[in-house]
Write a protein that binds this ligand. Structure first.
Ligand SMILES: [Zn+2]
Length: 405
């Protein structure tokens, strides 16, 4: 069997070549091809597998199988035969994006180590950002900014990123910041004198291609800090996107960028004030509705079914009672679950607790009412709404009896 020459290592900027189909394989139910040489990088070291086309066929992903064969995974059925010559074309935007993120990760991990003595535990190159998990619980925000500055200083110098292969023994003498995980010869990637590490990934040729490396955020995980970053074209796109968000917000708020936060705070304050006013209005509405229900007796008596009331006004009833000196109030309101809310207020008549005791014993059973309270207000829920008329009239009868006694 022919071994596949990894052109992506020697010539990472080659976007298209011709190769010969060696074998037809399968990968998780999909057809996959092996070739005599390839520019498609197979997933590894946190860097995703390449995408692109093989002739007319689309390559979804590139993986390495257990035998070390590089599989070009197709998104449709294979139509090629072994021995066929085929044109390989990379999805260059995807590949170059990850070359930038991955190379920036080297530079960041190296700089975190050199400036702060912080080691890298694991890395992940995501579609949105890249993360570097470090071997400490926290890093001062100020230090992260120093690392960002130093990395971008090296970006500005456009330092060469080079690779070389050395023996296992030679790699040990160099004193790499991370131990080598492969047997045999070791591929080393150096960023000038700033960082050297063993890596099988694909990198940019100069740090200038990283354009602008920016710190995004951090989170704690398993007692470690995970720091998130973006670099390259992705970083520039993010700056442009953020600028358009700021511009649109500024237009909506009629405020310059530096006043946006203050404007939002002011709006929140206004919203809070509006809610407060709305609440006051509900209490006022409850008072007016209640006034309409009161009878002309010396101690105002209100016994009614508040079915027509909105919930806000019903809930505001206790507050509207504060301004009333004397009242006997008994009100029910059907709930959405078919039960009944009830409320009894006894105020300014003397012996309120005794009077409520009578209501509890004689009237509440009509609606199977449960609940409680203390003078001047008792409230609860009744589970039998069919008894609401009986309940209201019983309270009226108890009140008549007490007043006439
Ligand atoms: Zn690498």
């Amino acid at each position: 069997m022919l071994t596949c020459a990894p052109i992506y290592h020697t010539e990472p900027y080659v976007r298209s070549i011709h190769a010969t189909v060696v074998s037809i394989e399968s990968w998780k139910g999909k057809d996959a091809l092996t070739l005599d040489r390839t520019i498609f990088y197979p997933e590894g070291g946190g860097q995703p597998g390449d995408r692109g086309t093989l002739g007319e066929l689309r390559v979804l992903d590139t993986q390495t199988d257990e035998e070390g064969k590089i599989l070009h995974i197709l998104d449709q059925s294979n139509t090629l035969v072994p021995g066929a010559e085929v044109a390989l074309v990379l999805d260059w935007e995807h590949r170059y994006d990850y070359m930038q993120q991955h190379s920036a990760q080297h530079l960041l991990s190296g700089t975190l180590h050199r400036m702060l003595g912080v080691g890298t535990v694991s890395v992940h190159l995501g579609a949105e950002d890249m993360s570097i998990e470090v071997d400490v619980e926290s890093i001062d925000e100020h230090d992260l900014m120093r690392v960002e500055d130093e990395v971008n200083r090296i970006v500005t110098l456009s330092v060469a990123v080079t690779s070389r292969t050395v023996s296992q023994e030679a790699s040990k003498e160099i004193g790499l910041r991370r131990p080598v995980k492969v047997d045999g010869d070791v591929r080393l990637i150096s960023i000038g004198d700033y960082d050297t590490i063993a890596c099988g990934g694909v990198h940019v040729s100069h740090t200038g291609e990283l354009r602008y490396v920016q710190y995004v955020r951090s989170e704690r995980i398993r007692g470690h800090l995970r720091t998130f970053w973006i670099a390259g074209d992705r970083s520039v796109s993010s700056i442009r996107r953020n600028k358009s968000i700021v511009d649109a917000s500024g237009t909506l708020l009629s405020a310059p960028a530096e006043h946006i936060v203050e404007s939002i705070r002011h709006m929140q304050q206004q919203l809070g004030d509006a809610r407060y006013l709305q609440q006051k209005a509900s209490v006022r509405i409850a008072s007016l509705l209640l006034e309409r229900e009161l009878s002309g007796t010396t101690i105002p008596l209100a016994l009614f079914d508040a079915s027509g009331w909105d919930e806000e006004s019903f809930r505001s009833l206790p507050e509207s009672l504060l301004s009333i000196d004397a009242i006997v109030l008994c009100v029910v309101r059907p709930r959405e679950d078919g039960k009944l809310s009830w409320m009894v207020a006894l105020k300014g008549i003397g012996g309120e607790a005794e009077l409520f005791k009578a209501i509890r014993q004689e009237a509440l059973p009509a609606i199977e009412g449960k609940g409680g309270g203390k003078p001047p207000l008792w409230q609860g829920v009744g589970s039998d709404s069919s008894g609401k008329e009986t309940f209201l009239s019983s309270v009226g009868a108890i009140f008549d009896r007490v007043v006439h006694d």
